[in-house]
Design a protein. Structure first.
Length: 608
């Protein structure tokens, strides 16, 4: 494939902070590239340089003549008085006017799923504004699309829509994202920026999981290389100490080689020391109570509309529950009821006596933007108490990757990821029985997400987690409480299982075929399929009903307080629930396959 653009010798600094130096990057036609790296590594800056928004300090670009690029920024910018239709038509008018192009533009607008194209931009939620920003760039019909954190503010359904759009894209794209499941599903190559790599970056073909395997192997080999170089250096140092004063040519060559070895060791050692990670470890009270929080027939409403009802469950030590649903489906409302900040419309929440609940609010409104980082991390002096030990504010800040020069910086000037780390630092200082985390992953980089995952899995208390990060949810949570946005909830083993259930509810056509007098039609046309296949098709509705009943029974058993208080029984039921869900999905897939065979036979005019 021909290269769309190539950058060579790319360097960029902000003041004394070097982002990257002498970087080489190329993008081929149709390439699907994911760009990752820790916060501060320069991902967004590199994207802005490629898009012509920011200038590099040095570097040369070779670009295909007339290359059409579109750039999706993290922040949207709209005329609030325009409608969705007007925003998109305004952009489309700037593009080619041939019928084929206009037809593709109208199709993109239709696929975006906006319920009302005449709605004002000012009325849109954050998720729909992000979707509009994406569609606005798509209708430009770019050859190269640059996406800076496109999944931010999207709910899971919005992310799935974007995934499908990018998987069938006829253009190349580079996306900066911390959503590992998204990267795994849409990207064919992953590039990580980092000063722990010899060339300043590491590239691997494939999605995120394959990249992770190659990256971990490389970093392990680099650490092993440091150990080997240290052993060689010790031997050379010993030889230099014993070396006679008379220097032969051979001895001088070995001295020079030792110097080169020392330089090589210093370079490898420097790179290995660049792998810094935020230190996240939640403090626990180690309470032994089997029932930390009990929820009885809980109901929540907003403006007369049911968000959820009939929720009963028990949070016990070691339980990790995920909450999934559209924006506005009731997840945060349910979380606030668990925290005691909001009274339920009916039902009851009971807490164990003296229970310590730590609540991470996604709004992050409790951070005063006018105070300094030092005050935000350490409001009562120069030190903090954590797990029985005093930490000086500078030492405490370093655990969250802040440098001393930042301590007097106002919170308002910090990035979203840095603000998230402040809140996590403050939560860690409070011993907890129950952690309620509402979108804690926003703005965290992938290394921080991996540390957060480990910490939540090791936390001995109960965890309730809201996140659109499917990778994190499936890694941490033992089960998922799904909100369908219509007042109903259900328990699921994985995020994919919840999404499958949601899809089935939104597309009930196949399920309702059994309610129509279609069976007679199938019997009438039974000669168009083999006898065996027709019998299988005729029995499919009954088999699906049985499987769904089994799935529902399993869900009900999981809600029993005695089950939720017993980790072993709960784990066994989670496995059973997952298997039941797979059986339902397999039966629906087989039903679709049989219906397709029947329709194909009818189309060919085969008769019995």
């Amino acid at each position: 494939m021909a290269a769309l653009l190539t950058w060579k010798g790319l360097s960029k600094s902000y003041g004394e902070q070097l982002l990257f130096e002498d970087l080489q990057i190329a993008v081929a036609e149709g390439e699907r590239l994911g760009l990752i790296g820790p916060n501060g590594s320069g991902k967004s800056t590199l994207l802005r340089i490629i898009g012509g928004v920011t200038s590099p300090d040095s570097g040369d670009a070779l670009m295909q003549k007339g290359l059409k690029m579109a750039f999706l920024s993290q922040e949207d910018c709209f005329d609030e008085g325009l409608t969705i239709r007007e925003v998109l038509e305004e952009v489309a008018a700037a593009g080619p006017e041939d019928p084929d192009a206009y037809g593709r533009i109208r199709r993109i607008m239709g696929e975006a799923g906006f319920p009302d194209l005449d709605a004002k931009v000012s009325t849109l939620s954050g998720g729909w504004r992000k979707r509009l920003s994406i569609v606005r760039e798509l209708v430009r019909l770019p050859e190269l699309l640059l996406l800076d954190e496109p999944t931010n503010h999207l709910d899971v359904e919005g992310i799935l829509w974007l995934e499908e759009r990018l998987r069938v894209a006829d253009f190349a794209f580079i996306t900066v994202s911390h959503d590992r499941r998204f990267l795994d599903r849409v990207c064919q190559r992953i590039v990580e920026l980092g000063r722990y790599y010899p060339e300043g970056f590491f590239s691997a073909i494939g999605g995120y999981e394959r990249f992770r395997e190659h990256r971990n192997l490389f970093l392990q080999q680099q650490e092993e290389r440091e150990a080997r170089l240290e052993n060689r250096m010790r031997r050379e140092t010993e030889w230099l100490r014993r070396m006679p004063k008379a220097r032969t040519t051979k001895a001088q060559y070995r001295i020079d080689a030792a110097g080169r070895l020392e330089d090589e060791l210093a370079a490898v050692r420097f790179r290995n020391r660049q792998q810094t990670r935020v230190n996240i470890e939640f403090d626990s009270t180690n309470r032994k109570s089997k029932k930390l929080v009990e929820v009885f027939d809980l109901k929540g409403c907003v403006e007369g509309r049911d968000l959820f009802s009939h929720i009963s469950l028990v949070l016990s030590p070691g339980m990790r529950l995920g909450l999934a649903g559209r924006n506005g489906a009731g997840k945060s409302t349910f979380m606030r009821m668990l925290a005691g900040e909001l009274n339920p419309d009916s039902g009851e929440v009971r807490w164990a006596e003296g229970l310590s609940v730590v609540y991470f609010d996604q709004a992050r409104e409790n951070l005063d933007p006018n105070i300094s980082l030092r005050q935000a991390l350490c409001p009562d002096g120069d030190s903090v108490m954590y797990q029985g030990r005093n930490y000086h504010v500078a030492s405490w800040a370093s655990k969250f990757l802040f440098i001393p020069d930042q301590l007097h910086q106002p919170v308002a000037k910090l990035s979203g990821g840095e603000k998230a780390r402040i809140l996590l630092a403050n939560l860690m200082r409070r011993p907890a029985d129950v952690l309620l985390l509402d979108e804690p992953t926003n703005d965290l980089d992938i290394p921080s997400l991996e540390v957060l995952e480990d910490s939540l899995q090791e936390f001995p208390g109960a965890v309730v987690l809201v996140s659109h990060d499917r990778y994190l949810m499936d890694t941490v949570c033992q089960r998922v409480l799904g909100f369908d946005g219509e007042g109903n909830t259900g328990l699921f083993a994985t995020m994919d299982q919840w999404l499958g259930d949601l899809k089935a509810k939104e597309n009930p056509k196949e399920k309702k075929n059994g309610d129509k007098p279609a069976k007679k039609g199938k019997k009438k046309n039974s000669g168009k399929l083999s006898y065996k296949l027709q019998r299988e098709l005729d029995s499919m509705e009954e088999r699906i009903l049985e499987a769904e009943t089994e799935l529902g029974d399993c869900n009900k058993r999981m809600l029993a307080p005695e089950v939720q208080a017993d980790a072993e029984v709960l784990q066994a039921l989670c496995t059973e629930l997952e298997e039941a869900g797979r059986r339902v999905e397999a039966l629906y897939a087989r039903w679709e396959e049989l219906e397709a065979l029947r329709e194909e036979a009818e189309g060919q005019g085969i008769s019995g």
